[in-house]
Design a protein around this ligand. Sequence first.
Ligand SMILES: [Zn+2]
Length: 52
Amino acid sequence: MKIKERFVFLLCSDCKNRNYTTHKRQKATYKLEKKKYCRFCRKHTTHKERKL
Ligand SMILES: [Zn+2]
């Protein structure tokens, strides 16, 4: 069985830059939130998902 996935952006919560892309299952309802390094802020910030 094929799992459908869609791509999402991960936005820095500080500068709103789209630093990363990732993917998640199409029917997933949870919101992605990850601590990642932002090269614009030059620090680790919370990144939130945004649809492509
Ligand atoms: Zn940033």
